[in-house]
Design a protein around this ligand. Sequence first.
Ligand SMILES: [Zn+2]
Length: 269
Amino acid sequence: MTDKETRTNPVSFPGMITKAAQLENQEINEAELRAINKHTLSPLTADDVFTFKAVLCDNEIDRQSERFTVKALEDLKKLFIGKTVIKDHSWSANDQVARIYATELVMSEKTNKSGEPCAQLVAYCYMVKTASNADLIAEIKGGIKKEGSVGFRASSVICSICGTDNAKSYCRHFPGKSYEKEGGPQQCVFTLASVSDAYEFSLVAVPAQKSAGVRKSYTGETVEAPATEPENTSNVAEKHEDKDTQTRVRLMETHAKNNINTMKNYQED
Ligand SMILES: [Zn+2]
């Protein structure tokens, strides 16, 4: 698509959603090698390749107060097969370091906060061992490079407060903010119900993600949340809630790197 050709450093562009991903080491076997060789011009041997897997996303409510449906994860599962893995969001050919040769939706017996079975989208990636990527392979093996970022476009984004599909037109609500509803204040969550395009899976030092309740960008147009709520919906408790939420987001970002083992344990259960 032309967007990819004209944008050289798409850390974020209007309409693109980014999410943090976690990398793990993986052993290669014959079945993996057969799957990899479907993507190569000449067959590779186990000695030629290094593979790793990555949890791209799951169906838990995340730090942006967004959640995927299983349907959206299934869309991504199809869209990410064969996609190149890049470095630092760079779409330059030199920074294409790996390729996704298989994807899998891993369902768990555990349930998420919404009471649905936990689902994780896992991508299996291979790299051809070369002198130029020896450092990167060592970093992934050593657990130094263990974070990534996925970029995609959602075709249906449903607001939990009013039901508007924000992929088509924006409502006045922002995910992560609290709004007065019948029965008390309610935290707004946006459900990513379907996905139309997968742009990138990038290895990054620090995953770039927007903060909850700050802005939204689903249609191609980006809108900022108003600094203060209109008179009739604003109250002291809500302002405190916002401050608490932002503090929590910051804390969670600080601790995100330490959570990779938790993700891994969950995966192995
Ligand atoms: Zn809404």
